[in-house]
Design a protein around this ligand. Sequence first.
Ligand code: PMV
Length: 328
Amino acid sequence: MYTATAIAHPNIAFIKYWGNRDDVLRIPANGSISMNLGALRTRTTVTFSTDIAEDSLSLNGRRIRGAALQRVSALLDKVREMADLLMAASVESSNNFPTGAGIASSASAFAALALASSAAAGLHLDEAALSRLARTGSGSACRSVPDGFVEWEAGTGDADSYAHSLAPAEHWDLHDCIAIVNAGHKPTGSSRGHKSASSSPLQTARVADAPRRLSLCRTAILERDFSRLAEVAEQDSNLMHAVMMTSSPPLFYWEPVTLAIIRAVQDWRKAGTPVFYTVDAGPNVHVLCPARKVASVQKRLARIEGVQSVLCSPVGGPARLVQSGGVV
Ligand code: PMV
């Protein structure tokens, strides 16, 4: 029996990944930049054993089958091939944040899975190889492997499409206050969304302009320039949603309350509070601010009608192995 446990954090992108050059390998149309969310965690234990007949997956103690299990098995197949291992595996995963609240967990899930499964199989993958492996499960998962503020270089194929750290978590005390919105329906998943991105006539312009936005964002992070980061991140989020809304079929992830929060954030910034918003493939709004503003931003967001709860997180570290209660 071979077993290992890893934890990884989800991440929030300032420059978004939307659309693939290669849907199977998840080679993105453009590079992206994100920060890990340290207060949110996925913890995953992978056990390979000759006693196990077939791969199994549990999430927060509940057995998962179907497409989600197949996606996990596909990553395990890559690990088995690399390690020359024939055993099936059990995968036990838990999140410390509410599932079904629209907080993307595939990034932390596949980063933790890549690390736990490769370590259990006896492989010692370096950060780039781990990031590439995680990418094949979910694109944004490759950004949950390195520390803190992370850039995923799009690359041209499997070998050169992986993420690296721009700066460690301690570099800048930014926080993400996630306004969880009461949404009545489940949004279209990102795998389907990536496939439809190129059907929007705006995607070509969004991708062509990505190097400019990446450069602005990289510099803003390295220089801890909040207003520059605010400007480019909001523009990038709006560009992605413009592509989503103009794809065939169109994808509208925003709810009325999403726009109400966006407007409130703009007003607060005009009035002098350092805040900015960014929205992923769902109606929740991520509101970024420095540590000293978290309490007041959280309170203000919670007062907006339609906001169910507000989850706040500082910047998080890299994916890491855990052993008998401690972190290696
Ligand atoms: O990794 P995926 O396939 O779940 O795609 C993530 C897409 C966004 O969250 C909308 C943007 C991003 O870069 O994280």
